[in-house]
Write a protein of this length. Sequence first.
Length: 143
Amino acid sequence: MAIHTTRWSPDTCECIMDYEWDDAIPNDQIALTPSNIVNVCSAHTAHSANPSTLYTVLTEENPRKNQAIQNILDNGPNTLYDLVNNNNRVLKNNVNFKLTWTGTSPNRVLTLTLTGTTLTPAQKNAAQSFLNTKFGAGKVVLA
């Protein structure tokens, strides 16, 4: 039984923080405890005094970005993706999402701009409708 420290940084900003976890607890029951802020980016300075608050904000924003992109990929046209390993969809080499965050944390808005291909108005509307349902209107915008 030992307490371990893991250093983590999301791919949505330059924040870096440590969290602790106990290896004596079964994997499906492990609770991560934010313990130290190593670096806080300019978008999250309001949370620089509290590791738990910063961790909560970061672990909302990062999955929101990942889930939004994955949903668009899973439900988008074949011009977006290639199939690999058991028909998993991955973005084509020439297709990307440009990410832009606006607003003030913890209420930042993610804007996704697709490059390398174009969605039809119907495809874009369907994707935006899902994003609004999943995250709330205005939390993720498909430009």
